[in-house]
Design a protein around this ligand. Structure first.
Ligand SMILES: C[S@@+](CC[C@H](N)C(=O)[O-])C[C@H]1O[C@@H](n2cnc3c(N)ncnc32)[C@H](O)[C@@H]1O
Length: 200
């Protein structure tokens, strides 16, 4: 994890919520609904930011479930906590060396964060470590890969070369980390990768 990336997102935190349009929020609500997360699931939200996914994840897992928010930028999590309080567990940490127990999650979800991870193979390995056998990883964006990559290039600065790899590379990263049934959708208004840790 680069200190510059952490500082970049800490500085973005105060205005982060203003960047999400109602359409983005609505697409994310639909995306989480389509995942059919089982009530009672334990879900890790990687790169939570100010918590755009949290209300949808809380609704999906219900009162018996558990939602953990992980982010390197503490300023982001302060804002998420202000909104969702004790309903969620907040952890300042890096997904490439997450301070979390093995096999503790049914679902690992990473929205608009994967391009920012410097060591993507390592992050995928950590996601596999954190999932129970049979658990699912989800990498998603509310725009396609080309739009994600041009957005970061146009923003410049520390995120200018934070790219979402092409299908071949993503397949290699996730299969090398031990995932199976890797599926990738790169549609005009959505990027979605799902993959499963094999059941024992
Ligand atoms: C583009 S923001 C997306 C935030 C949120 N998921 C959303 O959709 O609004 C990316 C987030 O990932 C976090 N992040 C970047 N690198 C990370 C890492 N190595 N481990 C955990 N979080 C990270 C950033 O601090 C930032 O909050």
């Amino acid at each position: 994890m680069s200190h510059a990336v952490k500082e970049y997102f800490n500085q973005m935190a105060a205005n982060w919520d203003d960047l999400a349009t109602p359409e983005t929020v609505s697409r994310l609500r639909e995306l989480i609904r389509e995942l059919s997360i089982a009530p009672g699931s334990r879900v890790l939200d990687v790169g939570t930011g100010t918590g755009i996914l949290l209300p949808f994840l809380l609704e999906a897992v219900g009162p018996q479930g558990r939602v953990v928010a992980l982010d390197i930028a503490e300023e982001m999590l302060i804002r998420a906590r202000a909104k969702y309080g004790h309903a969620v567990e907040y952890i300042v940490g890096d997904i490439t060396c997450a301070p979390l127990l093995d096999t503790d999650f049914d679902e690992v979800i990473c929205n608009s964060c994967f391009p920012h991870l410097a060591d993507k193979p390592r992050a995928a390995q950590e996601m596999a470590r954190l999932l129970k056998p049979g658990g699912r990883v989800v990498i998603c964006h509310t725009m396609n890969r080309e739009a994600v990559n041009s957005l970061h290039a146009s923003l410049g600065g520390v995120v200018r070369d934070h790219l979402l790899p092409d299908d071949e590379d993503m397949l290699r990263i996730f299969t090398s980390a031990g995932f199976v049934k890797v599926g990738i959708t790169n549609a005009p208004d959505r990027y979605l990768l799902t993959a499963w840790k094999p059941p024992v």
